[in-house]
Design a protein around this ligand. Structure first.
Ligand code: ADP
Ligand code: AMP
Length: 315
């Protein structure tokens, strides 16, 4: 049931974020960039494991080369497999209604923790674009703002979390969306002695979501999300009515055209919010007794939200 396109999309955000992470340091050499790219998913965890003293094991190497020096690289590899084998996986759920900011903050969490963000919405959109069997089944229900069947999304996640990049953990975005999905997730994790470690709930009142959803533009390939008012692309120009000119809505990084999702309409949002409150919110009660649910006020500027997300993620 696994589709190649699914894996590609799911890994996409990680790849693009690793690239962003790497390009931020202009001093890195090409070979050290390769090494860092290879090690990026393990970096955060492995650094904790062998600590600052061991990171500076060779005091003569330059600051830029230090994290990817070959001794360090060997240590990182050694430690990353130790983590993968013996440490609990970091399994996070980014929770919230459509438009809450999961796609906005998820990539930053990826970058922080070095684990991939798995968006079932992105995976399903890729399946629709590729017109796979699953895509054909999901297309109409997605456009109308309904929920795709539990069997389909559980199958997608079951396959995806077996991938190599998920071995230290992963961030779920848009999954689970029903109690049945949450229970299926718990069961599949329990099979390998794992469980959900944190649920970060981005709390936003419904009335602010229409403006967020109807003003959202996305870069399809990367999943990068923009907003006509709150996060406009650099290229945006407005017409005489103050509306953005569609041909000027381009991705900041690639200059490729942005699109509006077919389900980002006021009508579909009503249905999406109704299933969010009716079927998804009860999941919070399911995880609450474990003390892992953390609420974030996502009805404030993005910087404030991010600060609270960091607080929610820390121990
Ligand atoms: P989700 O992935 O939860 O559906 P997004 O992260 O795509 O939501 O955010 C929806 C829209 O709202 C995007 O256009 C995004 O730029 C914008 N947005 C996200 N967070 C905020 C915020 N705190 N304030 C204003 N707009 C926001
Ligand atoms: P999202 O990108 O998370 O807003 O998801 C877009 C659409 O994909 C949703 O409105 C649903 O139709 C479908 N979808 C995504 N994730 C799930 C899920 N876990 N369960 C059911 N349907 C989903």
């Amino acid at each position: 049931m696994l589709f190649t396109s699914t894996i590609r999309v799911a890994s996409r955000r990680v790849a693009s974020n690793s690239r962003r992470l790497l390009s931020s340091s202009a001093t890195k050499t090409a070979s050290s960039q390769d090494a860092a790219r290879k090690l990026a998913p393990y970096f955060a965890a492995a650094t904790v494991a062998f600590g600052a003293t061991q990171l500076s094991v060779n005091k003569n190497i330059s600051q830029a080369e230090k994290p990817v020096d070959s001794d360090c690289q060997a240590l990182l590899e050694q430690n990353s497999s130790k983590f993968a084998q013996y440490w609990p996986r970091n399994i996070l759920i980014l929770f919230g209604p459509p438009g809450a900011g999961k796609g906005t903050h998820g990539p930053k969490v990826e970058e922080l923790l070095g684990i991939p963000q798995l968006s079932t919405g992105d995976m399903l959109r890729a399946a629709v674009a590729a017109q796979t069997e699953v895509g054909k089944k999901a297309q109409a229900v997605m456009k109308a703002g309904g929920l795709v069947s539990d069997d389909i999304v559980v199958g997608i996640i079951r396959d995806r979390i077996k991938e190599e990049d998920c071995k230290l953990g992963f961030i779920l975005d848009g999954f689970p969306r029903t109690l049945a999905q949450a229970k299926a997730l718990d069961t599949m994790l329990a099979e390998e002695g794992a469980r959900v470690t944190k649920v970060v709930e981005l709390h936003v009142p419904d009335e602010v979501l229409e403006e967020r959803i109807c003003g959202r533009w996305i870069h399809k390939k990367s999943g990068r999300s923009y907003h006509v008012k709150y996060a406009p692309p650099k290229s945006m120009e407005k017409d005489s009515d103050g509306k953005p000119k569609p041909e000027t809505m381009l991705d900041d990084e690639t200059n490729e055209p942005l699109i509006q999702r077919p389900d980002d309409t006021a009508t579909a949002l009503v249905k999406r919010l109704s299933s969010y409150h009716g079927e998804t919110v009860p999941i919070l009660e399911h995880y609450n007794p474990n003390g892992i649910v953390k609420q974030v006020n996502a009805n404030q500027g993005m910087t404030g939200v991010w600060k609270e997300v960091l607080g929610a993620l820390s121990r």
